[in-house]
Design a protein around this ligand. Structure first.
Ligand SMILES: [Zn+2]
Length: 284
């Protein structure tokens, strides 16, 4: 099985690390992508540069992440192209309260009629459309969206056969949420994880008045994520794990293209090293 090289991974991280901090969104974030199936019940419905995932069981679906506001229509088209109705989406979840992952949620919630659930620590940011915490790029607002059900660390969302666990992995935002579940993949059971962002991405690590505990929280999350098991890692920025390269391999007959135990730990180690380096530089 071909592995993504460390340098490719490093490049992906540097892209995603700066991604959340860019005021003018990169064009790739809004480039349409054909939706596709990853495991038996998980589909990619996002764009080339920002991930949105549809999880389906018994004709009902959970949608994870709305991405940019202008992408909501593309995500809806992708859901329909897979043969589902927008009304099949019963629950919408969010990785974290930044505009590149949450801005499309308000429209998607309206158009599907789904219940929006989010971690309590991101609730006020989502409901005000205003991210909390100090950054080096100012505040990038997004359409506010009401949280219908407030979640807490360890909560399990059930829909049909889907049982998704919410793990609080704060730092990147206060309520940054890692989602995980077991799904079958062509007959084999896989542990699937949707890790929340753990890049610094312009967040102020020193003297952050809006988020004084940011350093402590990042370190808690490196530990928590590093200890989690994952056969398949599905990130919110698809470049981080080469989602589209893996899709190409899947099409070429590599049935395990998305399977890479240990990948999550590699991501955590690299992110933590970048974090500690940046923290040290800021503390000088
Ligand atoms: Zn972010």
């Amino acid at each position: 099985m071909r592995k993504i090289s460390v340098s490719a991974l490093a490049l992906a991280f540097s892209i995603s690390a700066s991604a959340c901090a860019i005021a003018a969104p990169p064009a790739i974030w809004s480039q349409p992508a054909k939706p596709f199936r990853i495991t038996d019940n998980i589909y990619y419905v996002g764009t080339r540069g920002l991930a949105s995932y549809l999880l389906v069981s018994e004709g009902q679906a959970i949608l994870l992440d709305g991405t940019l506001a202008e992408n909501a229509g593309l995500i809806e088209d992708n859901i329909k192209a897979l043969g589902f109705n927008l009304e099949d989406v019963k629950i919408i979840l969010n990785s974290h309260a930044h505009y590149d992952h949450a801005a499309g949620t308000a429209q998607l919630k309206r158009d599907t009629g789904a219940t929006f659930m989010a971690m309590e620590q991101d609730r006020s940011a989502l409901e005000s459309g205003t991210p909390e915490g100090d950054t080096n790029y100012g505040i990038i607002r997004f359409p506010a969206v009401k949280v219908d059900k407030v979640l807490h660390d360890g909560d399990v969302i059930a829909l049909g056969d889907l049982h998704m666990t919410a793990t609080l992995t704060p730092g990147h935002t206060k309520g940054c949420t890692t989602w995980s579940l077991k799904d079958t993949d062509k007959g084999t059971e896989r542990q699937v994880i949707f890790p929340c962002s753990i890049s610094v991405a312009g967040n102020a690590l020193v003297s952050n008045k809006g988020y004084p505990d940011i350093v402590k929280d990042f370190r808690i999350s490196f530990e928590r994520l590093g200890a989690m098991e994952a056969d398949i890692v599905l990130p919110s920025h698809p470049q981080v794990t080469g989602v589209f390269e893996r899709k190409t391999r899947l099409d070429a007959g590599d049935k395990a293209a998305f399977v890479e135990p240990g990948l999550l730990q590699k991501i955590v180690e690299r992110s933590q090293a970048a974090f500690e380096k940046e923290l040290k530089a800021k503390q000088k």
